[in-house]
Every structure is written in structure tokens, then in C-alpha cells.
Design a protein around this ligand. Structure first.
Ligand SMILES: [Zn+2]
Length: 86
């Protein structure tokens, strides 16, 4: 797992998690809705947690979750270039 994959996985997880929760709203049964909400939330938080673990600088392990916007060219902490491969 490299940081860029982790970032993509985070967004996919957010989208899928929200989609699952949205799908649940189409049902009348509260238990079914609740089930969708739980599964959606698990997917959502799993995506978030893996990002905290893997979306980090490959050089110094600084969490890139602190960086807003897109993946930065250089690590804000150690200043080294952030490259795909690791
Ligand atoms: Zn760094």
C-alpha cells in the first residue's frame, strides 16, 4: 500500500459508504435502514482509518491527512519529494 493508493481508497470508501447509507433510506423497515447505516458507516470509517495508517510520508511517516487539497509534491515535514513507489 502506498500513500497514493491509500488516498484513492479513502475517497472510494467514503463514496461507497455514503452510497450504502443512501440506499438504506429507500427502505421502509427501520431494521433494514439501520443495517445499511451500520454497514455504510463501517465502510466509511474503515476508509478513514486506513488513510490515517497508510496515507503518510514514505520518508518520515508524517500523516498527509494534515494536508488539505491534493497530494503535495513534497512532504510538509521533512521536505522530501513524495513519489509513487515505495
Ligand atoms: Zn516526510
Amino acid at each position: 500500500m502506498n500513500f497514493r493508493k491509500s488516498r484513492n481508497l479513502m475517497w472510494i470508501g467514503f463514496a461507497v459508504g455514503i452510497l450504502i447509507m443512501a440506499l438504506g433510506l429507500g427502505y421502509e423497515n427501520e431494521k433494514i435502514i439501520g443495517g445499511f447505516m451500520v454497514v455504510g458507516a463501517i465502510v466509511f470509517f474503515a476508509a478513514l482509518i486506513q488513510a490515517f495508517i497508510f496515507y503518510t510520508c514514505p520518508h518520515c511517516r508524517y500523516s498527509l491527512m494534515n494536508v488539505r487539497g491534493s497530494v503535495p509534491e513534497h512532504c510538509p515535514k521533512c521536505g522530501k519529494e513524495l513519489k509513487e513507489d515505495r
